[in-house]
Design a protein around this ligand. Structure first.
Ligand code: HEC
Length: 294
């Protein structure tokens, strides 16, 4: 075979393999996560304080043993537009944690957390985290609600622009929490140590199913189900990723109202200032109404 023929044969073979494997890939693609009506969606969306506090409890009691939250400080728990804790409550929560620090001689010590500290990560470094979790380090959850999304495809992304749907991340995370299937569907080869999840890209996830009914006690009478935990912890992660969302939406709305009023004022101002000036085209054509009357 000449070089050229070899090349053509390779291209054809490659194309055929791609065509043959396409249905298999399509079959493995994750289904779109179900849409949840979040309290924080839309231009008037607000965080539900009770839900954020419950979600924080789930994070603290379940997820924190593997996942860090390193961009969130204890003082943020008392920020307006968030969990609604008082400074004293946030201080008490901070004091439950042990923070690595240095003493005056520069020796490493552990001391109780203060408001200014950030949530400590459960592992000393990424390698230790990976070693304890089957080779995959659990990612930090601070910005996870914004870091994950999924393709909605045409024409949905066009509608989404108008409906302001931007909760793909939270929808995905909640679906992921509830998407574990054991045993995996027939014919799916699960790598050792991995777990089957319907919504995880590729389906084989290193995180074991973290939530089960009754695992966390809720004090406010909310049903203690895995689905409720998943919703609440996702809302909490959304707050962690965007703690100033409520202020952003409020200011955005005020700015829109201001611009609409300003546009109206500008229109009438323009009419008032220019009402005595003739149309330039009429003047050019010698039809200036003022001149013809002379
Ligand atoms: C036993 C340790 C462990 C616990 C507990 C745990 N996770 Fe994970 N998590 C992991 C590991 C490991 C990964 C990385 C998975 C991978 O990439 O295969 C992960 C990944 C994730 C991801 C990212 C998935 C993606 O799309 O990449 C999210 C979101 C997540 N965890 C949320 C949570 C939440 C919320 C909780 C608490 C309800 C939780 N995890 C509890 C170990 C854990």
């Amino acid at each position: 075979m000449t070089m050229q023929r070899k090349l053509i044969a390779l291209v054809v073979a490659g194309g055929l393999t791609a065509v043959a494997s396409a249905p298999a890939l399509a079959a493995e693609a994750a289904p779109p996560p179900p849409r949840v009506s979040w309290s924080f969606s839309g231009p008037f969306g607000k965080y539900d304080q009770g839900q954020l506090q419950r979600g924080f409890k789930v994070y603290k009691e379940v997820c924190a043993s593997c996942h860090g939250l390193s961009f969130v400080a204890f003082r943020n728990l008392a920020d307006p537009g968030g969990l609604g804790y008082s400074a004293a409550q946030a201080t008490a929560i901070a004091a439950e944690y042990q923070i690595k620090d240095l003493d005056d001689q520069g020796n490493p010590v552990e001391r109780p957390g203060r408001l200014a500290d950030y949530f400590p990560s459960p592992f000393p470094n990424a390698l230790a985290a990976a070693a304890a979790n089957g080779g995959v380090a659990p990612p930090d959850l601070s910005t996870m609600a914004k870091a994950r999304t999924y393709e909605r495809g045409f024409p949905w992304f066009v509608f989404d622009m108008f409906t302001q749907y931007q909760e793909q991340g939270p929808d995905y995370i909640r679906a992921l929490m509830l998407g574990y299937r054991d045993p995996p569907p027939e014919g799916f080869k699960l790598p050792p140590g991995a777990h089957y999840n319907e919504y995880f890209p590729g389906h084989a996830i290193a995180m074991p199913n973290p939530l089960s009914d009754g695992q966390v006690t809720y004090d406010d009478g909310t049903p203690a189900t895995a689905a409720q935990y998943a919703t609440d912890v996702t809302a909490f992660m959304m707050w962690a990723a965007e703690p100033h969302m409520m202020a952003r939406k409020r200011i955005g709305l005020q700015v829109m109202i201001f611009l609409i009023v300003l546009a109206g004022l500008m229109y009438f101002t323009k009419k008032k200032i220019w009402h005595q000036v003739e149309k330039p085209r009429e003047i050019a054509a010698g039809q200036d109404p003022d001149k013809t009357t002379i």
